[in-house]
Design a binder for this molecule. Structure first.
Ligand code: THU
Length: 176
């Protein structure tokens, strides 16, 4: 009997649902709603700021615009993807936002929101940060870093979003 199941798919427990100030959140990696409810005050605002940042994306090659907005040491910063004709020189939105904050002396990443051009209600894996960005987040992550994803708007106009505990997004991360 093999001890590795190559076909194993990591099981994601069903999300907890949480509603606040016109936003419906699906929450992953939390034991109970209270854990994130206590911090949810600025979450909708960050999501909107990530959407606004997306408007400035430079994405002439992929046409896939991404915006990020984050809180580092309590200060707000934003970023967009910045593509390059070489393709390999492309920077993701999350990393431009983090680099901007770090360049002004900030070090503690508390929450980061990401908004992409993926259609409203699209699969989460079209909207989650890439592996490279997750590793860069890890460098500055506070122990309870939260990642917010923009899920578009519901038919009734409500904002849709995901709240993900960073540990759930990048388990077994590399550290020195
Ligand atoms: N992109 C991001 O900005 N963040 C991610 O986490 C994933 C991908 C950008 C890079 C590229 O400009 C475009 O999305 C398509 O991959």
């Amino acid at each position: 009997m093999s001890w590795v199941n190559r076909n194993a798919v990591m099981e994601t427990p069903p999300p907890l649902l949480f509603e606040s100030s016109g936003t419906r959140w699906r929450c992953f990696g939390f034991d109970n709603v209270d854990e994130f409810a206590a911090r949810s005050g600025s979450f909708a605002d960050l999501l909107i700021r990530a959407r606004l940042a997306r408007e400035n994306a430079y994405a002439p090659y992929s046409k896939f615009r991404v915006g990020a907005a984050l809180l580092m040491d309590g200060e707000l910063f934003s970023g967009t993807n910045v593509e390059n004709a070489s393709y390999g020189g492309t920077l993701c939105a999350e990393r431009t936002a983090i680099a901007t904050a770090v360049a002004t002396g900030r070090r503690k990443l508390e929450v980061i929101a990401v908004s992409t051009d993926a259609a409203a209600g699209s699969a989460m894996d079209m909207r989650t940060p890439c592996g490279l960005c997750r590793q860069v987040m890890s460098e500055f992550a506070t122990p309870d870093l939260i990642v917010l994803l923009d899920g578009g708007n519901d038919e009734d106009g409500s904002l849709l979003g995901e709240v993900i505990r960073f540990e759930a997004l990048l388990p077994w991360r590399f550290r020195l």
